[in-house]
Every structure is written in C-alpha cells, then in structure tokens.
Design a protein around this ligand. Structure first.
Ligand SMILES: Cc1cc2nc3c(=O)[nH]c(=O)nc-3n(C[C@H](O)[C@H](O)[C@H](O)COP(=O)(O)OP(=O)(O)OC[C@H]3O[C@@H](n4cnc5c(N)ncnc54)[C@H](O)[C@@H]3O)c2cc1C
Length: 376
C-alpha cells in the first residue's frame, strides 16, 4: 500500500533513505531539514567500506565522478614517531564492483541530493508539535505548515529532536572526553607515509588518521585527542599535546583547523510509537574509531527501506532487532579501538604493538573483526 512518509533531517541517513524510497518504491515522501540549505562546503572526509558502497550503488553511486573519490588499498599503522608498526590489506574485502572508498562528505551529500532536491526537500523546518489523527501522525512545523503522514523517520542526528516529541525516555548522548580536530592537507609534509593509503598514528591519549579523498590526493587529517573539556577557542593548546610527542607534526596542524567534541549514545532504545523510526546517528551515535558512522547511517536507511518495501507486518520490532544486533557489534569494536589506540603507558604500547603485528596477519581474526562489518 502506498504510504506517506516524513523524513526529519537531510544528513547522510535521511538523504539515503529518501533516494531508496524514490528509486525503488511507490511511497510518497518529504524530507524536512532545519537548516536553510545543505552544507556542501568542503567538510571532513569519510571512509565507506564495501557494505555501504553496495547499498549506494543501488541508487547510482557507481556513476559518481571517479576523480572525486579514492580507493585506498590498505591501512598503515604507525606509532606517534612515525615508525611503522604493521599494515592491513583492505583489498581483500573488495570486489570488482564494491571497493573500500574515501571521499569528502560534501561529495556524498551532493550525490545524494541530486535526484530529490527540488521535489522532496523542504528547508527551515523544525517540528513544533505532533499528534495522532485518524491513525496517522500530524506534524506541525514552527513556520505554521503541517503534514499528515503514515510514517515518521527521525534522521536528525545524534541529538535527535524528533525523539523528544515521541519518546518519554531520554537517551542523552554522552561527551566522551575527547575532541576531534580536522583539516585538509595538500601534501604529506615531512611525514613518512604513503599518500595512497590510510595512515593511522597512535600516540599518548591521541591518534591521527590521514587519508586521500580524491584523485588529486588531497589528504584528510582527523586527530582525536582525549581531553576532559571542550574549549573551541583553545584548540592550538590541545593540539600542542600531540605536537609535543612529535615535532614533525607541527606543520600539518599549521593549516586551518576545525574541531568538535565527540559524543556517543550509551543506550540503544526502541521507538515507543509504531509509526516512528530512527535511522543513522538518531538511532545510535558511534565513536568515529571504526569509521562506521556514515556507513551505519546508510545501512540503517537500507534496512528500514527493505522492511517497508516488503510490507513486513512487524516492521517496528524487526527493524529494531536487526539494527540493535548490528549497532552492538559496531559499537563494541569502535569502543575497543578508542581504548587501544590511546594507551599512555609505553609498556602498554609495546604490548599493543606486538599483538597488532600478530593479529593483523591472521586472516580469521581480520575476517571476524572487520569482515563481519564490511561485508554485511
Ligand atoms: C571526527 C569524525 C570522523 C568521522 N569519520 C567517519 C568516517 O570516516 N566514516 C564514517 O562512516 N563515518 C564517519 N563519521 C560519522 C558520520 O559522519 C556520522 O555518523 C553520519 O554523518 C551521521 O549521519 P546522520 O544523517 O545520521 O546525521 P547527521 O549527519 O548529523 O545529519 C542530521 C541532519 O538533520 C538535521 N537536523 C538536526 N536537527 C533537526 C531538526 N530538529 N529538524 C530537522 N532537521 C534537523 C541536521 O541539520 C542534519 O542535516 C565521523 C564522525 C566524526 C565526528
């Protein structure tokens, strides 16, 4: 049966869901975004493993300009002094059609908006009030417009406002006492790294990830630093904690830096309303240490879309159980990486490096640690 859907939030999750509905179903939908436009300025890089590429290809991602994306062949792990510890081959998860991909978030958003921009996207929309009417949900927006829909999809990020209208139980994201700093590098400076691979450097209470995001080999740098407080005006001071560990890093932090505090959700709660679903970070926000946030946003959109398409009679429960199982695995791995990447004791670092060298070559370990995530 044809349904009417309201998607709240035009991030990766909401836009992917909209595209799937548009290309592969007869349902009617509108995406309501609180901002006045989509932020397509450069933005940070994202890594997409084959699980998400497989889904995105169903909506035409394979036609994206090849120059604007990159397929790194592996990850090189270094200590903070730029001494290589070991490397991981990413190509073993690739197929001819689906390859581990890095790109700028803006490139993905541009692609996702293309087909739905004029017809399905509404800007400057914030929910003011919701109520039930004749078995449907009536949403009133604060610009005095409204929509009567069969299904509401909350895709409004980790601080989901949609939840506050439909759920009594709060699920407040927790500050993880860590800060992300990012910039785009035009060259690798004095670092001894490959510009064609992902480089991950682990230091005391911090780690850096550098990877190419296009065929120009512009490099995305993200540095995660543990700190109890987030003070946006004090970023240089925080970054100094990293530079003190390796002066060669000074140059790469000389460019313009953007920073933000890292939050994640500790509980995964179901929707209490049969007509309301959450996807992406609104379902669960992960730490970025497995690079799966965008990937899981795409996967969650696909899972919900598939259940709606096959007219599953128990969509709410099926969706929640499926997503919960997946989110728990990803969350566990992201949290473990967050812990292991940041050891401050040199003895712990030596032990970690020893185990990493050993494990990274064990196919069975890599397949169960990453294969289960990448190949879903
Ligand atoms: C440092 C860092 C590095 C990362 N690296 C990676 C990576 O390499 N790979 C990866 O897969 N992921 C990565 N991620 C995570 C990833 O970017 C996010 O998980 C993903 O973008 C979440 O998408 P989303 O659509 O659920 O939410 P969002 O991107 O937050 O989008 C939510 C949208 O909803 C809108 N909105 C908010 N409130 C309302 C409202 N009340 N009404 C209407 N609209 C609203 C917002 O304006 C926004 O457009 C990283 C994250 C960080 C912090």
């Amino acid at each position: 049966m044809k349904k009417k859907l309201a998607i709240i939030g035009a991030g990766i999750a909401g836009l992917t869901f909209g595209n799937l509905i548009k290309k592969h179903s007869k349902h009617d939908f509108t995406i309501y975004e609180k901002e006045e436009n989509l932020s397509v300025e450069e933005g940070y890089g994202i890594q997409l493993s084959t699980n998400s590429i497989k889904i995105l290809n169903q909506i035409g991602f394979d036609k994206v300009n090849y120059e604007k994306i990159f397929h790194p062949k592996g990850v090189d792990f270094y200590n903070i002094h730029n001494k290589k510890i070991c490397d991981l081959d990413l190509t073993e998860f690739n197929t001819e059609k689906y390859k581990y991909t890095t790109l700028q978030r803006s490139v993905l958003i541009e692609f996702l908006k293309d087909d739905i921009y004029t017809q399905h996207l509404r800007f400057g929309k914030r929910i003011k009030e919701v109520s039930e009417l004749k078995g449907k949900v009536l949403i009133k927006f604060d610009d005095n417009t409204n929509d009567l829909v069969d299904i509401v999809v909350g895709a409004d990020g980790i601080f989901s406002n949609t939840r506050s209208f439909f759920e009594n139980k709060k699920n407040k994201p927790k500050f993880q006492k860590a800060i992300a700093v990012r910039t785009i590098l035009k060259s690798k400076s004095e670092l001894n790294i490959s510009e064609e691979r992902i480089s991950l450097m682990m230091g005391k209470n911090c780690h850096l990830v550098i990877y190419p995001i296009n065929k120009n080999k512009d490099l995305n740098l993200v540095c995660i630093i543990r700190d109890k407080k987030y003070e946006p005006n004090n970023i240089k001071f925080i970054v100094d904690k990293v530079v003190k560990q390796n002066q060669n890093l000074k140059k790469i932090f000389d460019s313009e830096l953007t920073s933000w505090p890292l939050y994640s959700t500790t509980n995964i709660l179901p929707s209490s309303n049969n007509k309301v679903f959450y996807i992406g970070d609104a379902f669960n926000g992960f730490l970025p240490t497995l690079a799966q946030g965008a990937g899981q946003s795409i996967e969650s959109a696909y899972e919900l879309f598939s259940l709606l398409k096959e007219e599953n009679l128990d969509v709410q429960n099926s969706y929640f159980q499926q997503r919960l199982k997946r989110a728990k695995i990803v969350r566990k791995r992201s949290n473990l990486n967050f812990f292991v990447f940041h050891f401050s004791s040199s003895i712990m670092q030596i032990i970690r490096n020893f185990f990493m060298k050993f494990l990274v070559k064990r196919k069975s370990f890599i397949n169960s640690y990453l294969g289960t995530i990448y190949k879903n």
